[in-house]
Design a protein around this ligand. Structure first.
Ligand code: 13P
Ligand code: SF4
Length: 362
């Protein structure tokens, strides 16, 4: 097998040959040697904007997970963009098709449609805005597009919920209960107004009629297994052992962790927060391990700890490695692209409606 140096050299050979026809995008949770080869990196919101604004490229190779590649395909191939490129589509390539997201998989389109139907027997669905976290399959984005709903990311969830409440008095939020709950709590919505819908319970998702009737935000019973491993005990231990330490977490963490943290935000916000802090600041950070380790290396002037004593890494993000990246790039360069992620036209059209609503929310 090839060394990282050899793989990097071969990847760079394709990059220089392809020039501006190729755009490599990378999410902040990628491994160091992979993210180093990305033309642009970002959090989920920034990456979707980069795909939407991608200029004249012919291919996007996405170092991230499947829903991100789908989103890039939908936004990079908006009809007006394709027309600007004289009819050329952008092929979006995911170096390893097994790079999914276990949270996105916790809401299937059939389950969401069933929930919508069940809710309709009790409350007026015209008065519910469905909101999907960007960590979801394109079919869910299409569902929300069709039903007047919208997509959110961890960096704009509050503005998106505000947009939704200008339209209807209730929201159905999927798949991440924690992002939905943590965001709604900051808007004065209380836990008793946020029933959790369990798609595996056929009786109103495990709720009473009263709980649904009193709801403001119906949360889907999904979570990120990486972020759910950060516990309030970890926060307490750091506060005890490191006086003055700042706790910085991602809003996919549970309420009990999120509400005792000093700062909560997207990966982009986590990076900015550390970057803008004075030397000597002490942090315990609750997000994916590769990002925290990179922040440690990039900020030796600060003291950065990983919030959990156990390893919390995203196994699917980790599937993108130099070997898969090299393999997909060399196939692309040879004119026989592999692992092209293509959303069908109808799903793409409705998803675009929901994504464009998100991009227009300030
Ligand atoms: P952000 O980069 O948007 O914060 O998302 C985090 C995440 O879990 C991506 O899957
Ligand atoms: Fe999905 Fe969590 Fe991995 Fe993000 S970190 S891709 S939400 S499993």
């Amino acid at each position: 097998s090839l060394s990282n140096e050899e793989l990097t050299e071969r990847i760079n050979a394709v990059r220089s040959k392809q020039g501006s026809r190729l755009l490599i995008l990378g999410h902040h949770y990628q491994q160091d040697e992979v993210i180093a080869l990305a033309d642009l990196r970002g959090d989920s919101y920034q990456l979707s904007k980069m795909a939407a604004e991608s200029g004249d490229c012919r291919n996007i190779v996405f170092c991230g997970v499947h829903f991100m590649a789908e989103t890039a395909d939908i936004l990079a191939n908006r009809p007006e963009k394709v027309a600007e490129r004289n009819g050329h589509r952008v092929d979006v390539i995911l170096p390893d098709m097994a790079a999914g997201c276990s949270m996105a998989d916790m809401a299937a389109i059939e389950q969401v449609e069933n929930a919508w139907e069940d809710l309709g027997e009790l409350i007026d669905t015209e008065d519910i805005t469905p909101v999907t976290y960007i960590n979801s399959a394109a079919s869910l984005k299409s569902f929300v597009g069709k039903h007047g709903g919208i997509v959110c990311t961890s960096s704009n969830a509050a503005s998106v919920l505000k947009w939704a409440f200008e339209r209807t008095s209730r929201v159905l939020f999927f798949p991440d209960q924690h992002l939905g709950r943590n965001t709604a709590l900051t808007m004065g919505i209380t836990n008793d107004q946020m029933p959790v819908w369990n798609p595996y319970d056929s009786e109103l998702g495990g709720n009473t009629e009263e709980a649904i009737q009193n709801s403001k935000v119906i949360l889907w019973k999904g979570h990120c297994s990486v972020h759910q491993m950060f516990k309030k005990e970890h926060v307490a231990a750091f506060r005890r052992d490191y006086p003055g330490i700042q706790i910085l977490v991602h809003p996919e963490c549970m309420q009990e962790v999120n509400e005792i943290a000093d700062v909560s935000g997207s990966t982009g916000k986590i990076i900015e927060t550390v970057k803008n802090a004075p030397a000597g600041t002490k942090w315990a950070i609750g997000t994916e391990l590769h990002l925290v380790n990179r922040l440690k290396q990039e900020h030796p002037e600060q003291e950065i700890h990983f919030l959990s004593p156990v390893v919390c890494m995203c196994a699917t993000m980790y599937r993108i490695d130099l070997a898969h990246l090299c393999w997909s790039l060399e196939n692309l360069d040879a004119g026989s692209p592999v692992n092209v992620v293509r959303v069908d036209d109808e799903t793409a059209q409705w998803s675009r409606t929901a994504l464009e609503r998100m991009l227009s929310v300030k």
